[in-house]
Design a protein around this ligand. Structure first.
Ligand SMILES: Nc1ncnc2c1ncn2[C@@H]1O[C@H](COP(=O)(O)OP(=O)(O)OP(=O)(O)O)[C@@H](O)[C@H]1O
Ligand SMILES: [Mg+2]
Length: 342
């Protein structure tokens, strides 16, 4: 039996999931979340890293998680992830050509990043004379910071991957029965990450800096609320147009327009490239997906079926975890991380 922790250190909260896999069946052992110490992640001070590590230790205690092997999420907004097209090359040719390819796409000097790549579809699968390769470049300083935190938390890192890659793994079982592609949208506190998933394989990724905090800020400035009121009104009334004479929806509309605009661009990009295919469904994850009315608002805005993400599909769970049913969107990244070696 193999047991792994999935640790998603978000700007708003830290999510922890422990999953054991035996005979190919994953089973949930522990789950929980704790607020992220304010501003600690932007800092490079040891004391701030220590504060995050203490929160992780506290979360380990509260959830009763026993494993020490952890798969980490790296913030999508600070990691460069892109699906690129390259000529058909053998694995060995690709490994020597990749840094030249990467130089064209990555806005940082290559000696300052950890570069990783994997072949998503070879030329036979794309049906063209190109293959799709997933390129991931993480600034070394970012990885070092996360590893320092993990060490302070007395855990052992086994892998790190971006939030959207973990999201894709967590939701691949829910979309397994869908014929066309699906749009995954992870609505967090500071960022919204998007991906198009096709037959369980990433075809597109993007991250934008708009999320739940921007929605709350729009209520502070648009409706003269203080921060706590804004958060409360947001969670109570959300995007339901008939609440408070539609004032909340009006105030947050510019932020929602940015998010919806990016979703439409992703869809247009995909359809342009795959003319005979269809994106069937949008799955919404992240804490901000729980905003009342969000699913309907997005479905209407993009003219496509939308659902809340359910990462629990195919995972054995004790009845004591039933409270997590509606928390699926929040734990999607952490579940995907913990399933990495399942
Ligand atoms: N029930 C709810 N209704 C509306 N918004 C909610 C609800 N629950 C949480 N949120 C919002 O979700 C956000 C937190 O979500 P999440 O935990 O996914 O963020 P995070 O992973 O810490 O952030 P990021 O990934 O952007 O760093 C906050 O902005 C919070 O206001
Ligand atoms: Mg997040």
């Amino acid at each position: 039996m193999k047991t792994l922790l999935g640790l998603d250190i978000g700007s708003h909260s830290i999510k922890l999931i422990e999953i054991a896999t035996s005979g190919g069946v994953p089973q949930l052992l522990a789950a929980g979340s704790i607020p992220t110490p304010p501003k600690a992640l932007q800092s490079s001070l040891e004391a701030d890293h220590q504060a995050v590590a203490m929160a992780i230790k506290q979360l380990m205690k509260e959830t009763g998680a026993k494993s020490t092997s952890v798969v980490l999420a790296l913030p999508e907004s600070q990691v460069f992830t892109r699906v690129i097209e390259v000529p058909p090359l053998s694995p060995r040719e690709l490994s020597s050509a990749i840094s030249w390819e990467a130089e064209q796409y990555i806005p940082l000097p290559l000696d300052q990043v950890n570069l990783d790549y994997s072949i998503l579809r070879d030329a036979k699968e794309t049906g063209t004379d190109k293959m799709d390769v997933l390129l991931v470049a993480c600034p070394k300083t970012l990885l070092e910071k996360y590893l320092a935190i993990i060490e302070l938390a007395e855990l052992v890192p086994v892998a790190a991957e971006t939030e959207i890659i973990a999201t894709a793994r967590a939701l691949s079982r829910s979309v397994a029965g869908i014929k066309g592609a699906s749009l995954l949208v992870s609505l967090g506190a500071q960022t919204t990450d998007l991906a198009i998933l096709r037959n369980g394989v990433l075809a597109f990724t993007r991250s934008i800096s708009a999320g739940g905090e921007a929605l709350s800020r729009a209520l502070v400035s648009g409706l003269d609320f203080n921060v706590n009121q804004a958060e409360e009104f947001k969670r109570t009334y959300g995007l339901e147009k008939d609440k408070l004479q539609g004032k909340i929806v009006t105030a947050v509309k510019p932020i929602m327009d940015t998010i919806i605009g990016e979703m439409k661009r992703a869809l247009a990009f995909y359809i342009e490239k795959h003319k005979d295919e269809k994106v069937e469904v949008t799955l919404l994850s992240g804490g901000t997906a729980k905003l009342p009315g969000m699913v309907v608002y997005i479905a209407q805005s993009i003219g496509m079926e939308a659902q809340l993400a359910n990462p629990w599909v195919g995972i054995k769970r004790d009845p004591r975890f039933a409270v997590l049913d509606k928390e699926g969107p929040t734990f999607t990244v952490a579940v995907g991380l913990a399933l990495r070696e399942s």
